[in-house]
Design a protein around this ligand. Structure first.
Ligand SMILES: [Zn+2]
Length: 118
């Protein structure tokens, strides 16, 4: 079952709502009952991992630069029990050897500032 782009839980929070829970940006007001970040399973190099998008971000940050580049270019797939989500990565160079990575799925995103000079 695919998740239509741009559709989030039907809770009445406007599209402009946002809050940060457990390191994950969500498009809900902080007290919305739907604001809990989703838990995912993803696969990397034959191993299955579970966690929130923030945990995925930590895993992404632990990869070597080439592997990070591959994930950034190809995207990734995060699955819940019933649905799957396409991860989109965008990068912004900060000018001081650091890159701001934004890892986003429908309704959630994390931002990571990674030093690329090491
Ligand atoms: Zn909401």
């Amino acid at each position: 079952m695919s998740h239509p782009a741009g559709v989030v839980a039907a809770c009445g929070c406007p599209g402009s709502a946002s809050s940060v829970l457990g390191g994950v940006h969500v498009r809900h007001h902080p007290r919305c009952l739907h604001s809990e970040p989703r838990r995912y399973v993803w696969s990397y190099a034959g191993t299955l991992y579970t966690g929130s998008l923030a945990d995925h971000g930590e895993h992404f940050e632990s990869l070597d630069p080439d592997a990070r580049h591959r994930v950034t270019a190809a995207g990734d797939e995060l699955r819940t029990w019933t649905e799957h989500y396409r991860l989109h990565a965008t990068t912004t160079k900060t000018g001081d050897h650091r890159v701001l990575y934004r890892l986003a799925v429908t309704g959630e995103w994390v931002e990571l500032l990674i030093d690329t000079s090491r």
